[in-house]
Design a protein around this ligand. Structure first.
Ligand SMILES: Cc1cc2nc3c(=O)[nH]c(=O)nc-3n(C[C@H](O)[C@H](O)[C@H](O)COP(=O)(O)OP(=O)(O)OC[C@H]3O[C@@H](n4cnc5c(N)ncnc54)[C@H](O)[C@@H]3O)c2cc1C
Length: 408
């Protein structure tokens, strides 16, 4: 019999078991993992570097990085946020570094630093991990959870479901009457059929504005042209905030790009007219007045057939067309690709059925949830691990060994 069984050896389950065991030294804790690798996603995360968290530590700003879960996470971040994650690892002598974009990585640039720090702690605290144990069924009888795996049966007083985006995790939650918000992908890139800009693959644009046509969704940020369409922080963020809308559109929708970010059509047209007045004998490409990557400017000027013309030869209509192209360039998106560096599931256990003070189910006593199994997901930047650590910490510090002392 265990005081706590955790299903899933991901960051949320590992974190919860560490904090539970720290507070309950004599408790028996078991983590069941279906594969033979623990912390697999941490290992492969951030291209093997592990973007472990973010430097932003103001809970009110931090929550803005979560398209789903921002309301619930606010109070949680006052208990455990990115600063606490950084302290946790630095206290284990893992040196971390932050990039200008706020992402935090181990100084070693190797995710194994993070994996090993967590596993050392598991070892020190005498927490048992059983690998190759795929949980297939759970029931609760006489206040105890009976957990059946492919080859063994276990009993536990407390159960934490920390199965990430695995379908089985959702099935377990349903056994206890929880509602599952349909899981769909988040953090993906946009692909176009017959992509006109494919020769510009690799070109990055600073602070472009991308809007999904006929929707409320838009993002300002760095944009990357790929072989098949568009990627970069701006697109990933847009894919996250509009994940369900795009899913409902079956990934077929139009985007409008303002290559110059917040400058509008009038600003640009006026600037072009002004420039033409002052420099009638010059060509637009030579001057690159909007500071766009040269190949991209070339593409626009070529497509409007004004690349070889001096400004005096360019009509007002051409300048209007160019201003339009720069501020409202429409592309038809036909499919998506998963972002290789990081992806996450939108959807999961409905949040109002979980008490975020404890991460306990509101439907079943002593049943807890943490991490991506919940309907919480963040944009790229270390926010998804932070969700796993924060909810894992809250579950771990809320669970009790003594039945008379349970949180409800
Ligand atoms: C390629 C990639 C890169 C990423 N990079 C980053 C990054 O750099 N920064 C960031 O913040 N986020 C990143 N993420 C997202 C992040 O990995 C997840 O949000 C996070 O791992 C979720 O943690 P978790 O503990 O909830 O679930 P998981 O890490 O998914 O762990 C769940 C565990 O449960 C196990 N399990 C499932 N079902 C069962 C069962 N029936 N029985 C037993 N065990 C079971 C699984 O095998 C798994 O080990 C990345 C994701 C991917 C896919």
């Amino acid at each position: 019999m265990y005081d706590l069984i955790v299903i899933g050896a991901g960051p949320s389950g590992i974190f919860a078991s560490i904090f539970f065991k720290k507070n309950n030294k004599s408790a028996k804790v078991l983590i069941l993992e279906k594969t033979d690798i623990v912390l697999h996603k941490v290992k492969i995360s951030g291209g093997g570097r592990c973007n472990v968290t973010n430097i932003e530590n103001d809970p009110k700003i931090l929550v803005k990085n979560y398209p789903r879960g921002y309301k619930e996470l606010l109070s949680c971040f006052y208990k455990f946020n990115t600063k606490d994650t950084i302290n946790f690892f630095e206290n284990k002598n893992i040196k971390l570094k932050s990039q200008v974009d706020g992402r935090v990585f181990p100084q070693s640039n190797n995710s194994m630093s993070i994996v090993n720090a967590l596993l050392d702690e598991i070892d020190k605290l005498n927490i048992e991990i059983k690998k190759n144990q795929s949980v297939v069924n759970i029931k609760k009888e006489n206040d105890l959870f009976e957990i059946n795996t492919n080859n063994e049966k276990f009993l536990a007083k407390n159960l934490l479901i920390a199965t990430g985006s695995s379908k089985m995790g959702y099935e377990f939650a349903k056994i206890f009457d929880h509602t599952i918000i349909e899981p769909i992908p988040s953090l993906f890139t946009f692909n176009c059929k017959n992509f006109l800009l494919k020769d510009l693959s690799g070109v990055a644009i600073k602070d472009a504005m991308v809007k999904i046509v006929d929707s409320k969704f838009y993002q300002l940020g760095d944009l990357l042209i790929t072989h098949f369409g568009f990627s970069g922080p701006c697109i990933l963020k847009l894919s996250a905030f509009a994940a369900r809308y795009i899913f409902e559109k079956k990934y077929i929708f139009k985007i409008s790009i303002n290559w110059l970010g917040e400058l509008n059509f009038e600003n640009i047209l006026n600037k072009l007219i002004e420039f033409k007045k002052k420099n009638p004998n010059q060509k637009l490409l030579q001057n690159n007045i909007f500071n766009l990557p040269k190949n991209l400017s070339k593409h626009f000027l070529k497509s409007l057939k004004i690349i070889d013309k001096k400004l005096i030869e360019i009509s007002k209509k051409d300048l209007i067309n160019l201003s339009n192209k720069l501020t409202n360039d429409i592309y038809q998106i036909n499919t998506k690709s998963l972002n290789k560096q990081e992806f996450v599931t939108c959807g999961g256990i409905k949040l109002n059925e979980v008490d975020f003070k404890t991460m306990q189910s509101k439907k079943t006593k002593n049943l807890y949830f943490a991490g991506e199994v919940l309907d919480i997901d963040g944009i790229t930047g270390g926010f998804n691990f932070q969700n796993a650590f924060t909810t894992g910490y809250i579950a771990g510090t809320s669970m009790k060994t003594n039945d008379n002392n349970q949180n409800t």
